[in-house]
Design a protein around this ligand. Sequence first.
Ligand code: ADP
Ligand code: MG
Length: 388
Amino acid sequence: GHAFLHSSTFQEMMLKPELIKAISEHGFTNPSEVQFQCIPKAMMGLDILCQAKSGMGKTAVYVITSLQELDSASVEQPSILVLAPTRELAYQIATEFQRFKKYMTGARLALFFGGTSVAQDIENLRTGTSVQIVIGTPGRLRALIDAKALDLSHIKTFIVDECDKMLIGLDMRADVQYIFKATPVRKQVMMLSATLPREIQAVCKNFMQNPEILTVADDCDLTLEKLQQHYLKMVEAEKTKNLMELLDLLEFNQVIVFTNTVVRCLALAELLEKAAFPVIAIHSSMTQEDRLARYHQFKSFEKRLLVATDLFGRGMDIQNVNIVINYDCPIDTDTYLHRIARAGRFNSKGLAVTFIASERDSQIMNEVQDRFDISVTDLPDEIDCGLY
Ligand code: ADP
Ligand code: MG
């Protein structure tokens, strides 16, 4: 297959010993192609606009380089800022930072997102020990800047993960711009995503100075080679029955089933629960505490089946997920790409099955095949479990 790990090692990257130690403890030996391309450039202080396939280690690109640049002894104010579109992703990113900064004593981080007490955040910022790394979702960060609780005037690295998602919607874009303005003019900016439509690239560049643009050639290179993709045609009323049959048939480690709305997510999870499937649901209409508790239950393999909305469609990295089922066909090709890439992380095998129940669904699947230059076929009656 296609080489995705680079033959050089992290040892050769001239990183701080405390960082090298954490990287190797984390089980990373060789950088992936995107890491090999981006890390040295980022270490030179260049602005980075990076488009690379899902699951290929974009997180480590900015975690490693920003920690490399962090002088944990001397900073009293945050110097690294990471923005993410969802709370669970912000949480996951914070976990990555915790792992990699294990041997960097004195580097502290804080995580801020909505659904929790803003007063408590403000209190912690005012009275707690100083933090060097701030990770959060844009709405809450903006509120903390407004309350003059969060001082971003010493930011050196400004990172936007899933940058297309963060900048497509005008509300979120306005929040990102507001936060950006609270940071110094001179800083390094890194923006990353698996999907970067041209119009959004232009928006990204407005935040950057002569960025190093690292992109895969075109959409044809965006799908994951070891991920089997199929569809299954049916009428709407048969979706649940077919899903249950499929779950009985397939050998899965963990599965994510995507629905298009909170209401459908809830209803489906309830039906699966009644049928004794080891299911858990995550969507935006539950308390934040509950959301994170469920994320942990799934991540720690307590539950093997997650029914979710697009809330979980981007960035989430759960290594045991080998199957994604689009119970509801995604609304567009970007959403399709991000969802199915929850399986097949870091070049592992996986299977994605999309239910097609309308003319519109077929249309989306045609667009998927045209755009990514792949052929998605009808799910065969029997599928060799060695393939996923
Ligand atoms: P992306 O953001 O590009 O979708 P992630 O940063 O979420 O991908 O990484 C996907 C998975 O690959 C994570 O579980 C991560 O720990 C793992 N990973 C990343 N880089 C390496 C590496 N160099 N060696 C081994 N595993 C890696
Ligand atoms: Mg990512």
